[in-house]
Design a protein around this ligand. Structure first.
Ligand code: AP5
Ligand code: ZN
Length: 216
């Protein structure tokens, strides 16, 4: 299945992507994760991306599109993929359509995670990420047994630089302006399915998998 996850920052895309990709046996491709890995390694791409990420702004389309095109050309993405965080603008969506035509395929479904702004602010403010395995935690909603350390691999947890209150506000504005129009873009094509992304993580995964059943 070729699937895109869309939803505001903090909607739970990264959290759900892991379970859904494992269920569908497709690679999870997260542009945010790829940028953060480049930032951590200090690559030229990371240095450029960091400026935008720290301000809660989008990395320019051209940079992002080229990065995704390279990733989708890798062999593990041939039979399907889950894209988390891409596309995020209408030009990125148009570029994705072109990439898939060149690869003789197309999108099966776009899954929208629907959550109110108040809830996403709560989720982002308490998010912690594992330095070792990347697992996403929350200080209140999904806390590890030992504070500050990952239950799964024992590594230290950290708070993302872009989860500061002023950056969260900027990211929500960017979402409303640049990314929310994708809901209409894909809705008009009949590939959009929205689910309520509030409540326990496991319940949302079940809702997502149910919603995907009639696609692909
Ligand atoms: P990216 O990493 O994609 O960030 P985002 O879209 O802002 O999404 P988040 O990762 O913040 O949230 P999420 O929806 O994955 O939520 P999560 O599962 O972590 O992008 C970061 C930056 O990179 C961008 O700002 C931009 O600069 C750049 N970038 C990336 N892609 C780009 C693109 N295509 N074009 C241009 N620039 C791009 O959950 C959040 C928290 O909530 C966690 O703590 C989690 O434990 C908790 N939680 C999850 N589910 C629940 C639940 N059901 N109940 C309670 N808590 C929950
Ligand atoms: Zn870990």
């Amino acid at each position: 299945m070729r699937l895109v996850l869309v939803g505001p920052p903090g909607a739970g895309k990264g959290t759900q992507a892991e379970f859904i990709a494992a269920h569908l046996a497709v690679p999870k491709i997260s542009t945010g994760d790829i940028f953060r890995a480049n930032v951590a390694q200090g690559t030229p791409l990371g240095v450029e991306a960091k400026r935008y990420m720290d301000a809660g702004q989008l990395v320019p389309d051209e940079v992002t599109i080229n990065m995704v095109a390279d990733r989708l050309a890798e062999p593990d993405a041939t039979d399907g993929f889950l894209l988390d965080g891409f596309p995020r603008t209408v030009p990125q969506a148009i570029a994705l359509d072109k990439m898939l035509i060149e690869l003789s395929s197309g999108l099966d479904v776009v899954l929208e995670l629907v959550v109110e702004n108040e809830e996403v602010v709560r989720r982002l403010s308490g998010r912690r990420t594992c330095r070792g395995c990347g697992k996403i935690w929350h200080v209140e909603f999904d806390a590890p047994q030992r504070e500050g350390f990952c239950d799964r691999c024992g590594s230290e947890l950290f708070q993302r630089d872009d989860d500061k209150p002023e950056t969260i506000a900027a990211r929500l504005e960017v979402y409303a302006r640049d990314t929310a129009p994708l809901v209409d873009y894909y809705g008009a094509r009949g590939v959009l399915v929205g689910i309520d992304a509030t409540g326990p993580v496991e319940d949302i995964t079940v809702r997502a998998i149910d919603a995907l059943q009639s696609y692909g």
